[in-house]
Design a protein around this ligand. Structure first.
Ligand code: GLC
Length: 694
């Protein structure tokens, strides 16, 4: 390759032109660009195709006027996928969106978001996979593997500790190396091992003062050194701050260079190579990594072929994720499932007559059938995005499930009307919503727009009140003791309405479990106030104020923090009810270099169901953590033996000096159960001391 050919591979463009959007999103892309988030020219002389890049983890993103008129299958949110605890389903979801990307002409999906939910108000938690290192890493890795099985490169992002949206372009995530390695980085490591993503997207934020896309420690020492990652590092859109420092710091490609304060990997990089500031060997490595991934994923031999999409089959995948990802939080007196013979049902709120809510930002998908409703976005940057409802009406699906019932709808703004409807109905179903978007965090944990008052009033009018939550994060529930049932469906995607009705009427037995703790209040959080929330930021504001986000909780993220601080959450990590119940027995724990755990699981109820049996370990002197799980489908009365072995890194502390994963000798307690707080079996075993390489 000539110098210019190598340089062309490492210098990307924004691939779309969003009419009406503020700069830089309204720039005119190269004519060859397909209209996705990114475009990188190929080298036709050598048969190297261009990179046509689309967002993202929840489908082939086309929101915000991206390719006007384009539609795609909307997967449920990442939190829904994580709530399934079903790695195969994560893989299937990835394969489905990978197929759609390929059929639309894209060979890169900017998916694989795996940032841990260190803050339950992070506006992008809906795109990610919760608070636990192992669960997030496994589910991200499987989704990435699914996408790449369709010869579409996936990314894993945003590397690293990009765990809040407030001030994301300039904040510094300040955290010690031991904690970083044991949590956020280990989630990335597990995702990379399982999914082998062709690219890693470095993050906007600084980590201990160094920007993610020029962070020599993260990119060269950890990712390419310790982990021997063979693929390439692409910047986030507007995440580059230098030429030589970034290139030598491990960045391999500048994405959408018009989003940066200046062009860093165009002429300036050529000059740096020609002057020797960036050795030719480094440029060869940059280009080589990109080519490595293109060949490894089969992008060259299996170029995208524009073709029709099996929308029904894809919608079925989305529906299965929604059904297995719905979490039944409360079900007093068996209020659910509802009888199909119900006579009158009041459906209230959240535009449930027309559709289901989705999250916003670069991951936005306009689903097949088109949006049922689009409303102006809210909040500091919310005006950038629309509040989009996918055309899958819960009310229509409920009416279809109870053909003899009189089903009414009240919007919810008029509480008196909602109360009157609830009074006249056998059962009231209140849909509550929390819209979340990239670029801004939730101001607090409360449901917005007076929904708490609505729910309380409806519950006072009808004791048989069910709340269906469509949220992008955990929310507070001041009305919880007054309602009969609560079902968290997150953003349920292309067939969300049908999935919700199938669960409410028992056609599907809920099996979802929380991938994120629901706090009792903000006071329980390591950062009661979101750092930087008092500052002002601009869009893609490279000159935004610099500030620190300290992470004193270290490795004790989510439930581990609640337990370390002796706090009881509203609903614990791993919680989720079923229409049947399961018993656990026969625990055996074997020690040695790691823990091998076996036990039996029985469906002791009258209907078939799936249980996510969770295994937690407590190393001597450390906090308890998840070391494995199995999701098991059982018929009534059926018993199955379950075995789980721990990845030793999950038992270890990261020893920065050694360096490596130090597993201490000692007795390790093991607990098995239906959630982090509902543990049915307890045991222990001795583990021998080992030191594993980083
Ligand atoms: C965004 C996001 C990133 C996305 C990229 C392209 O700002 O941070 O997740 O893939 O830009 O849209």
């Amino acid at each position: 390759m000539t110098l210019d050919e190598k340089l062309s591979l490492v210098h990307g463009y924004f691939g779309a032109s969003l009419k009406g959007a503020p700069p830089p999103m309204n720039a005119t892309p190269p004519k060859e660009a397909l209209g996705g988030a990114g475009y990188v020219p190929g080298v036709s002389r050598l048969g190297v195709p261009a990179l046509q890049e689309s967002d993202a983890s929840l489908g082939v993103a086309n929101g915000g006027n991206m390719r006007p008129g384009d539609q795609a299958t909307a997967l449920p949110s990442g939190l829904a996928t994580a709530s399934t605890w079903n790695p195969q389903l994560a893989h299937d979801g990835g394969a489905m969106i990978g197929t759609e990307a390929h059929a639309k002409g894209f060979n890169v999906l900017l998916a694989g978001g795996v940032n841990l939910a260190r803050d339950p108000r992070n506006g992008r938690n809906f795109e990610y996979l919760g608070e636990d290192t192992l669960l997030a890493g496994v589910m991200a890795g499987e989704s990435i593997a699914g996408i790449q099985s369709r010869h579409v490169i996936s990314t894993v992002k945003h590397f690293a500790i990009n765990d809040q949206e407030t001030g994301r372009m300039t904040l510094s995530s300040d955290i010690d190396e031991k904690a970083m390695r044991e949590t956020d980085l280990l989630a990335f490591e597990i995702a990379i091992e399982r999914g082998k993503p062709g690219a890693v997207m470095c993050s906007y934020n600084r980590i201990n003062g160094e920007y993610g896309c020029e962070n020599d420690f993260l990119l060269n020492k950890v990712l390419k050194g310790d982990w021997a990652y063979p693929g390439w590092v692409m910047s986030d859109w507007g995440g580059v701050h230098s030429t030589v420092k970034a290139a030598m710091g491990g960045l391999d490609q500048e994405s959408a260079h018009t989003f940066d304060k200046q062009d860093f990997f165009g002429a300036p990089l050529k000059a740096a190579v020609e002057s020797g500031q960036v050795p030719m060997a480094r440029l060869d490595d940059m280009a080589g990594r990109i080519l490595h991934s293109m060949y490894a994923v089969g992008v060259v031999e299996h170029p995208p072929v524009k073709r029709d999409i099996d929308k029904a089959a894809h919608a079925a995948v989305a529906q299965k994720v929604a059904e297995e990802g719905a979490v039944l939080l409360k079900n007093e007196g068996g209020l659910l499932p509802l009888a199909a013979q119900a006579k009158s049902i009041a459906v209230i709120g959240a535009h449930a007559d027309v559709g289901v809510l989705s999250g916003a930002g670069s991951s936005q998908v306009i689903s097949y059938g088109g949006s049922a409703l689009e409303l102006p976005g809210k909040g500091a940057f919310g005006g950038l995005f629309k509040i989009v409802y996918h055309a899958s009406s819960p009310m229509k699906a409920i009416a279809a499930a109870a053909p003899g019932a009189k089903v009414s709808f009240s919007g919810g703004q008029d509480i008196a009307a909602a109360v009157a409807a609830a009074k006249q109905a056998e059962v009231a179903i209140v849909f509550a919503e929390q819209w979340q978007t990239e670029i801004q965090d939730a101001p607090n944990l409360s449901l917005p727009d007076g929904q708490d008052a609505l729910i309380a009033a409806v519950a006072a009018a009808n004791p048989r009140t069910i709340v269906v939550l469509q949220t992008g994060n955990p929310v507070l529930m001041p009305w919880l003791s007054n309602v009969g049932a609560v079902l968290e469906v997150w953003y349920p995607g292309q067939r969300g309405g049908e999935a919700i009705a199938n669960i409410l009427f028992g056609k599907v037995n809920p099996s979802g479990k929380l991938p994120i703790s629901f706090p009792q209040s903000e006071a329980q959080l390591p950062r009661p106030k979101i750092p930087g929330s008092e500052l002002k930021f601009v869009l893609f504001g490279g000159n935004d104020p610099l500030f620190s986000v300290p992470y004193p909780e270290g490795s004790e993220v989510g439930y581990r923090g609640f337990e370390a601080r002796g706090q009881k959450p509203l609903f614990p990590f791993g919680h989720g009810l079923s229409y049947t119940h399961f018993t656990y027995g026969g625990l055996k724990v074997a020690g040695g270099e790691t823990l091998k755990v076996s036990f039996t699981l029985t469906n002791a109820g009258a209907r078939e169901g799936m249980e996510v049996a969770q295994v937690y370990a407590t190393p001597p002197g450390q906090q308890r953590r998840l070391i494995g799980w199995k999701k098991v489908a059982l018929k009534p009365g059926e018993t199955r033996k379950v075995e789980v072995s721990a990845d030793p890194r999950l038992l270890a502390e990261y020893d920065v000096k050694a360096p490596g994963w130090r597993v201490s000798a000692g007795d390790y307690a093991v607990a098995v159960g239906a959630s982090s707080a509902d543990l049915r079996l307890n045991g222990a075993s001795r583990v021998t001391a080992t030191l594993l390489k980083p």
